[in-house]
Design a protein around this ligand. Structure first.
Ligand SMILES: NC(=O)c1ccc[n+]([C@@H]2O[C@H](COP(=O)([O-])OP(=O)(O)OC[C@H]3O[C@@H](n4cnc5c(N)ncnc54)[C@H](O)[C@@H]3O)[C@@H](O)[C@H]2O)c1
Ligand SMILES: O=C(O)[C@H](O)COP(=O)(O)O
Length: 333
């Protein structure tokens, strides 16, 4: 493709310093401004032809329409649900992400939450800090021999499967795109969601947030699950319906939830966060030194490639591609 001139980039979140360094070494002027309000961003964006974000910056149509010169939105991470890709596409702005940079970190946090749910580690640690020595209250259950349902068998789902198999879990799953013959080679038996819900001791979701995945676990699906099923959401808030989850926790249909992500971040739903069987993190899936270094480097190099006119592996060019994440990250523009 033809080279694209990028002179000034705004980094609106805490992105690894290597990103700024690489961009500057390639002649791009970089400004870092964090915690901007929507109005601040709208006022600021017109001065830039590139924007680098993580998940907290909401790149809405208002922001995109206010950006007279913007040519690229770089997401140093995986999910692009905080970017209005349709609005960007209409204006010819390229949206790109770095989907593999934080896969291992997100998978490791998912496994940490699964294991913490089985042994009540966060609750036991809080109890110890309060001066207690309560061995009965925190009776757990082995992961060994239990069934883990993985909804979304992409990069992270695959890594979660192999790690939890090493604890002796049986892994089953569902994905509308990844073929069952492929997941069979990872030791994951695929089935319909109707078949999957009643079988699982644990369920973890690893899909993007899209209209078809919002509320995937809801009152109806919880009712089909085993009583006491434990669930983890390290993907996006809203894939597990938060109100339905709270109802399921209160009725004990759900025995515990590990949540890294929320519909609103920070979450306003305090009843959910404060529930005794909920353990939660402030969206930490990608918050490791290694993941941040990879994502910061990848997004900077992808932008430099674009400036040099190289092909754009990693570009999201239309909402159609977003619907099918298999094609999202390998499309050449
Ligand atoms: N907590 C964090 O910090 C963190 C870190 C990285 C990624 N994420 C989230 O995790 C999500 C998954 O990341 P990934 O790298 O594995 O993405 P991926 O694209 O590799 O995998 C997603 C999978 O979901 C499948 N899918 C789509 N619709 C589905 C449906 N209705 N039911 C079941 N499966 C469906 C896709 O076919 C794909 O295989 C990202 O979209 C992102 O939102 C969160
Ligand atoms: O989609 C992602 O990459 C993760 O949710 C990480 O988001 P973050 O970069 O805001 O930590």
């Amino acid at each position: 493709m033809a080279p694209i001139s990028i002179k000034r980039i705004l980094i609106s979140e805490s992105v690894d310093p290597c990103c700024k360094k690489i961009l500057q070494e390639n002649g791009i002027q970089v400004t870092e401004k964090q915690n901007m309000s929507k109005d601040d961003l709208i006022a600021e964006i017109k001065d830039y032809d590139g924007l680098v974000v993580r998940s907290a910056t909401k790149v809405t149509a208002d922001v995109i329409n206010a950006a007279g010169n913007l040519k690229i939105i770089g997401r140093a991470g995986t999910g692009v649900d905080n970017v209005d890709v349709d609005a960007a596409t209409i204006k010819g702005i390229i949206v790109m992400n770095t989907p593999s940079g934080n896969t291992i970190s997100a998978a490791e946090l998912t496994c940490t939450l699964l294991m913490s749910l089985s042994r009540h580690v966060p609750q036991a640690a809080m109890s110890m800090k309060a001066g207690n020595w309560d061995r009965k209250k925190f009776m757990g259950a082995e992961m060994y021999g239990k069934i883990l349902g993985i909804v979304g068998l992409g990069r992270i789902g695959k890594e979660v499967a192999s790690r939890m198999q090493s604890f002796g879990m049986k892994t089953i799953g569902y994905d509308p795109i990844t073929p069952p013959e492929v997941t069979a080679t990872w030791g994951v038996e695929q089935m319909s969601l109707e078949q999957l819900w009643p079988k699982c001791d644990y369920i973890t979701v690893h899909t993007p947030l899209m209209p078809s995945t919002a509320g995937l676990l809801n009152d109806t699906s919880f009712a089909k699950c085993k009583k006491g099923v434990k669930v983890v959401n390290c993907a996006r808030g809203g894939i597990i319906d938060e109100d339905a989850l709270l109802r399921a926790l209160e009725s004990r249909q759900c025995g515990g939830a590990g949540l890294d992500v929320f519909v609103e971040e920070p979450p306003k739903n305090r009843a959910l966060v404060n529930h005794p069987n909920v353990i939660s993190c402030p969206h930490l899936g990608a918050s490791t030194k290694e993941a941040q270094a990879r994502c910061g480097q990848d997004i900077a190099l992808q932008i430099v490639d674009m400036v040099m006119g190289k092909s754009l592996v990693g570009a999201v060019s239309s909402s159609l591609l977003l619907q099918s994440s298999k094609f999202r990250f390998t499309h050449e523009v």
